[in-house]
Design a protein around this ligand. Structure first.
Ligand SMILES: [Zn+2]
Length: 164
C-alpha cells in the first residue's frame, strides 16, 4: 500500500493523486499506474475539474492498460481509496482477483464506491478496505486515522489478514 501511495505522488493532478499496483501471487509487481492524461496529451487545465475529468485516465485503468499478462489471481493495491465503478467494471473484466484500498471518508466518490462494492460482490472479486497510517494522504477529504488496522470489509472470499 505504501508503494501505491508513493506512485500516486507521480500524478500531476493537483487535487487527487491516485496510484495502483497489480501484484502477482508470488508478490512480484505486474504493473503500476497513476492518474493522468493519455500519452501525447498536454498536462494543461488540470485545475479545471470538468476539463480534466473528461480526459484523465484513472490509476487503475492505467495499471490495467500496462499489464502484459492476464491477472487472474492477482491483487490490485489502490491508493487512496477503492476504485470508482467505471474502473471496477474493467478490473472485473480483466480478471483481477482481489483489491485492497484505504477506507474512504469523503463524500464525492461515496456512491461510486458503493457500486464498486456491489460489482465486486456479484462478480466474486475479493476486496478489503483498510485503515492505514500513511499520513501523506493527498485526498484531503476526511484524512485517514493514525494507525493501520485491517477491518474485514471483504466479501467472504480469501482476504489478506496482515497489512499489505
Ligand atoms: Zn476510476
Amino acid at each position: 500500500m505504501g508503494l501505491a501511495a508513493h506512485i500516486a505522488q507521480w500524478s500531476k493532478d493537483p487535487s487527487t493523486k491516485c496510484g495502483c499496483i497489480v501484484v502477482r501471487p508470488d508478490k512480484t509487481i505486474a504493473s503500476t499506474g497513476f492518474n493522468g492524461y493519455p500519452q501525447g496529451i498536454k498536462d494543461e487545465k488540470l485545475d479545471i475539474r470538468g476539463y480534466k475529468l473528461e480526459r484523465i485516465i484513472h490509476a487503475e485503468m492505467n495499471a490495467l492498460l500496462f499489464l502484459r499478462e492476464r491477472p487472474v489471481g492477482y491483487t490490485a493495491y489502490v491508493w487512496p481509496m477503492m476504485p470508482c465503478n467505471r474502473c471496477a467494471v474493467h478490473i472485473v473484466q480483466a480478471g483481477i482477483s482481489q483489491v485492497i484500498a484505504p477506507i474512504y471518508y469523503g463524500e464525492r466518490w461515496k456512491s461510486a464506491i458503493e457500486i464498486t462494492r456491489s460489482l465486486f460482490n456479484e462478480a466474486g472479486v475479493a476486496y478489503a478496505e483498510i485503515y492505514t497510517n500513511l499520513h501523506d494522504n493527498p485526498l484531503g477529504a476526511g484524512g485517514l486515522p493514525p494507525r493501520e488496522q485491517q477491518i474485514g470489509a471483504e466479501n467472504g472470499q480469501a482476504a489478506p489478514r496482515s497489512r499489505p
